[in-house]
Design a protein around this ligand. Structure first.
Ligand code: PAF
Length: 309
């Protein structure tokens, strides 16, 4: 296991990448905000497998957080992240300070307009995708990667990134990798760390809802409103879950569809207290998430609450 080289500036990242590319090596980039989990590990593994050199960026990007969001408390686990990267055979970790990415005088914005940012998280978190588009553009430009890897759970982010990579002629292929789920079906996310045990049990309504959608689609239901209703029925069983949206959209344009076909994205966004969770199922492609039945969870919630006295 060799330690990855740590690079801290865009210029150092570009230099490393240019050297590899000049030697005919293929470069893969996995952009992250750190707090790496098995979902990130699956992206990293794919980059290591498919490319000659894998680069992981770790940067909690202030530009994509709105005032009052979790920028300050976002988990930061750099030592563990570096160990994970070393274990996976990553060649370089890009670990810049905020000032290296946004130096004094920085005055550029990147905004993806059109249907990809016409609703859903773009509406709920105004400015969020401008921040994502800005940092991803900067990362893709500096890393000169052949391929960049993103998780399918963040479906709207994937649509935004694909759009900007095409529109700005970046020349990096955007690879979208399947969602990795925990033993209980919850999609892995660095934000799951915020959930108390009973909140987590309630959050399982999200993958359970997506499992219901997958079953409905497998049973031949194609009416999008019926598929969405199947998800909503499961979500309604968790009283502490505040649903922001459930929708069926086209994966490229992100426009809601009337008919679910193979590849349609079924989206869920919901809050439990101050924790916001999103999840996605690619209809006809993803397997139904395996989640414990609702009755088992209900009794576990009761036990957890009783234990609190
Ligand atoms: O998905 C994330 O972790 C972030 O939005 C990304 C793509 C690394 C940009 O900061």
């Amino acid at each position: 296991m060799s330690e990855p080289t740590v690079v801290e500036t865009p210029a150092a990242l570009r230099l490393a990448s240019e050297r590899w590319r000049a030697a005919g090596l293929m470069v893969g980039l996995v952009p992250t905000m750190g707090a790496l989990h098995a979902g990130h590990a699956s992206l990293i593994r794919r980059a290591v497998e498919e490319c000659d050199r894998a680069v992981v960026s770790i940067f909690v990007n202030p530009a994509q957080f709105r005032p009052g969001e979790d920028l300050e408390r976002y988990p930061r686990t750099v030592e563990q992240d570096l160990a994970l990267c070393a274990g996976e055979g990553v060649a370089a970790v890009y670990l810049p300070l905020v000032e290296a990415v946004y130096p004094p005088g920085f005055a550029t914005s990147v905004s993806v307009t059109g249907t990809a940012t016409a609703g859903f998280d773009a509406e709920r978190r105004p400015g969020h995708f401008d921040g994502v588009a800005l940092i991803v553009t900067k990362l893709l430009v500096a890393a000169r990667a052949d391929v960049a890897y993103f998780g399918a759970k963040d479906a709207q982010q994937c649509a935004v990134v694909r759009r900007l990579a095409t529109d700005l002629d970046i020349g990096t292929r955007i690879a979208v990798c399947p969602t990795v789920r925990d033993h209980d079906g919850l999609a892995l996310s660095s934000r799951n760390a915020y959930l108390s045990p009973e909140q987590r049990l309630q959050a399982l309504a999200i993958p359970r809802g997506l499992a219901a959608a997958a079953r409905a689609v497998a049973d031949g239901v194609s009416d999008a409103s019926a598929v969405v209703a199947a998800v909503e029925l499961e979500l309604a069983a968790s009283p502490d879950l505040e649903v922001e949206y459930v929708a069926a959209v086209d994966p490229e344009s992100f426009v809601p569809v009337a008919t679910v076909i193979s590849g349609t994205q079924i989206l869920v966004a919901a809050r439990i207290s101050t924790t916001r969770l999103i999840d996605t199922l690619c209809a006809g492609v993803d397997e139904a998430p395996a989640v414990p039945p609702r009755a088992v969870v209900a009794s576990a919630v009761g036990t957890a609450m009783a234990g609190r006295g």
